[in-house]
Design a protein around this ligand. Structure first.
Ligand code: PMT
Length: 396
């Protein structure tokens, strides 16, 4: 994942025990391609030393408003001039109060006041401090001032109490930063997707399924959310975490997937069928586990509804995107599916190596022809697909 490639991010670390998680956040943002520059307050340095952040970020750490290392001695101005955003994590109750007041009593608050980039804060504090009316007033004021407040979460706290005030986990914060900086090409749009396999029961313990991992569908759901869409993901049985900012409805069978899609698709702008939906299901699932008899066993299969075709045939259909997994003649079959189901766009992929890979190469088919997308990680393919569909949607 290199979704922060070319981005410069200032990470402000203030004096809370969650400062140790800021080290992992630094690592995650660097791994995602960002150039991370850490500004540590005096309080933050009580919890984690500058050496840790310097080793993880590969850049000198800034702690002092009067640091002479910057040529013009104006770190508070120069550090943010080419930055894409500042994220303060953890943000104590004190730093939020000082940001609200526009105070400049250390390098971090001065930087925040002098910035010309966006500011995100991830509060972390004891639950009573979080609930205090003064903190709540400050949070409301920060939001009114255009600051993005991430979290906090509820749960067990370092002080032993339980409640709101835990800092969001580093991976969630990294996702939030990626999302924050992404082009909002699907802002105001609702996207419904299907992902994963379906499971068609034979009896209470057996069924027919396939090896779709859900990786492509989940990557697309994530990319749509990062592009600003409201996203509902109707997912077959897979072992994947719900992407940040996505609502998931979990189902097993094709019939349940169809019902779930129909319950949420009325006001959708886009429908994307990524799921490998079983074309057939056992005509009748046995009520009890079928016992071995030694005889040849026959299962009668009956066709499942075609969810994508049904959505595309609605009077005012959303922009429908189909997927086609083929082992040969991709152009013929994928373009055939696009025309038969009257879809504006189909994503075709060759799957000789089976499903479930982390990367793939695809061809996008639309009214203008075929558009190959070279082999890449599914996260990156998803971004290319979203860009393509957003352009077609805008031109509609
Ligand atoms: O999950 P991964 O391991 O990452 O793998 C991703 C994938 C290979 C499953 C995905 O990229 C893909 O190609 N999905 C479509 C699989 C396929 O070929 O489906 P199909 O040819 O049976 O159907 C064509 C389209 O109609 C698809 O958009 C499908 O979701 C939809 N469909 C099909 C049957 C059905 N009953 N209802 C449907 O909505």
């Amino acid at each position: 994942m290199i979704e922060l490639k070319g981005r410069k991010i200032i990470l402000g670390v203030t004096g809370g025990v969650a400062a140790y998680k800021a080290a992992e956040l630094t690592r995650q943002m660097v791994k995602a391609g960002a150039s991370v520059h850490v500004v540590l307050t005096e309080g933050g340095a009580h919890f984690v030393t500058p050496v840790t952040f310097q080793a993880l970020s590969g850049h000198p750490v800034w702690t002092d408003l009067w640091d002479p290392r910057m040529g013009n001695n104006m770190a508070h101005i120069d550090l943010t001039r080419d930055a894409d955003c500042i994220i303060v994590a953890p943000a104590t109750a004190d730093v939020m109060a000082r940001l609200v007041q526009g105070r400049c009593d250390d390098l971090l608050t001065t930087l925040c006041l002098a910035r010309d980039c966006s500011l995100l804060v991830a509060p972390a504090m004891n639950r009573q401090m979080w609930q205090h009316p003064a903190t709540q007033r400050n949070v409301a004021q920060l939001v009114a001032d255009g600051v993005t407040v991430l979290g906090p979460d509820a749960g067990e706290q370092a002080c032993g109490e339980v409640g709101m005030g835990r800092m969001l986990e580093p991976e969630v914060l990294c996702e939030a930063v990626i999302s924050h900086l992404e082009n909002k090409r699907l802002a105001g749009r609702k996207v419904v997707l299907t992902a994963g396999p379906t499971f068609e029961a034979i009896d209470p313990v057996r069924g027919i399924t396939n090896s779709s991992s859900g990786k492509m569908g989940y990557a697309l759901a994530r990319a749509c959310a990062q592009a600003g869409a409201e996203v509902v993901l109707v997912s077959g049985p897979v072992a994947m975490p719900v992407p940040y900012g996505v609502e998931r409805i979990s189902v097993h069978s094709a019939l349940a997937m169809r019902d779930a899609v129909m319950s949420v698709v009325d006001d959708a702008d886009v429908f994307i069928g990524v799921a490998a939906v079983a074309d057939y299901r056992p005509a009748e699932a046995a009520e009890h586990k079928i016992k071995k008899s030694g005889e040849v066993m026959q299962i009668t299969l009956t066709p499942n509804p075609d969810i994508l075709a049904e959505v595309a045939a609605r009077p005012n259909p959303p922009f429908c995107v189909g997927f086609a997994a083929e082992s040969r003649d991709l152009d013929t079959y994928a373009e055939g599916k696009r025309k038969n189901k009257r879809l504006p766009m189909v994503v075709g992929n060759l799957v000789q190596d089976g499903l479930g890979q982390d990367d793939n190469e695809v061809v996008i088919y639309d009214a203008a022809g075929r558009h190959p997308v070279p082999r890449a990680a599914k996260h990156n393919l998803a971004r290319s697909i979203v860009k393509h569909l957003a352009e077609l949607l805008a031109a509609r």
